[in-house]
Design a protein around this ligand. Structure first.
Ligand SMILES: Cc1cc2nc3c(=O)[nH]c(=O)nc-3n(C[C@H](O)[C@H](O)[C@H](O)COP(=O)(O)O)c2cc1C
Length: 329
């Protein structure tokens, strides 16, 4: 399947984010205008052991029709077998399978996974070939500007992935060694775009709507992928959508809207996780950051476990925000 047509109508993507892009967050980003969302990265090895926690990462939100699944690992056979299993399980709700070759976290690269594969393009290509042979859906690869700081290998690496059967590539314009330091070099995305014929997804430092339009204008990329900018801020997708269409961006949400969405997020997580939604702590801190009373609420957030605990903090902050607004009227 050619992904060129797909990305003409799916231009804004929520990036894979371990610990963040679960079905609750994905659902909220879709509501705000993300055209496609990625799962958290899923371990091929974990799946091969039928690990329940790993399988949990593949669950969809009610009504979630489509998702891209990101796999990580470094053994072509394991990756291929698990890709085939995912495709059988997910059927039409699987838009495509992405292979993680960008994650720079030590516990990932020390096993030869994630961005470590950029140091071994031959192995990376065998993984793509094996996975592409094993599934009918498109296979894509997400990687970085290169491994070593100052040595840009992304254009050549992209060509090798394309030759191996990748139907699109996503590029984050930082080196693996850089982790998240400095800024993403969008020109690296442009150079990848020149190097390959398959669609290119640009990624890195899209923090406001206008950045999405600027990234496309600067690089010619076919789609824009957003990660950290959407944390506590799914509205970024609505702003980016407007900016890409050349329309005025909707205003940033006010306090009431922020808190209302944070509450819904907690409920969606509760429906998924049950009573313990500690993973909401980081989201709550992101939603509330900058609001009156947020600094004082941080400690309380870190003690929250259930939907009710979070509601209590949200109630207090709402009261605080209303008082603040009344005092400034
Ligand atoms: C908390 C967090 C988790 C991430 N997890 C993944 C992941 O599972 N797979 C992946 O390919 N990239 C992962 N990334 C990288 C992002 O997908 C993205 O490439 C990077 O953050 C740059 O985009 P941004 O500037 O919009 O944040 C993660 C990033 C963050 C901040």
């Amino acid at each position: 399947m050619d992904l060129h047509a797909f990305f003409q109508t799916h231009r804004l993507l929520l990036a894979p984010m371990a610990g963040v892009s679960d079905e609750a967050f994905r659902a909220l980003c879709r509501e705000q205008g993300a055209d496609l969302t990625y799962t958290e990265m899923v371990s091929a090895k974990g799946l091969s052991y039928a690990n329940e926690k790993t399988r949990h990462l593949l669950r969809l939100a009610p009504g979630e029709d489509r998702v891209a699944v990101q796999l990580f690992g470094h053994e072509p056979d394991t990756m291929a077998a698990q890709a085939a299993w995912i495709e059988r399980e997910m059927g039409a709700s699987l838009a495509y399978l992405d292979v993680n070759m960008g994650c720079p976290a030590r516990k990932i690269v020390s096993k030869g996974d994630g961005s470590a594969l950029m140091k071994d393009p031959a192995l990376a290509a065998s993984i793509v070939r094996a996975v592409a042979r094993a599934v009918d859906c498109p296979v894509t690869v997400k990687f970085r500007r290169g491994w070593s700081e100052g040595v840009e290998t992304a254009p050549e690496f992209a060509r090798r992935m394309e030759d191996a059967g990748a139907m699109a590539v996503a590029v984050h314009g930082r080196y693996a060694e850089q982790l998240y330091r400095g800024s993403a070099e969008w020109d690296a995305v442009a150079r990848v775009k020149e190097a390959v014929a398959v669609p290119v997804i640009g990624n890195g430092d899209v923090k406001r709507g206008a950045d999405a339009a600027a990234l496309v204008a600067r690089t010619g990329c076919d789609a824009v992928m957003i990660a950290r900018g959407a944390e506590g801020n799914p509205w970024l997708f609505a702003q980016a959508k407007a900016a890409l269409a050349g329309e005025p961006e909707p205003d940033a949400p006010g306090v009431e809207e922020r808190i209302a969405l944070a509450r819904r997020h907690a409920r969606l997580l509760g429906a998924r996780e049950g009573k313990n939604i500690v993973r909401m702590r980081k989201h709550a801190a992101w939603y509330l950051s900058g609001l009156p009373g947020a600094a004082a609420a941080r400690g309380k957030i870190n003690g929250c476990v259930s939907v009710e605990d979070f509601d209590e903090v949200f109630d207090e902050l709402l009261a605080c925000a209303r008082e603040h607004a009344a005092a400034h009227e």
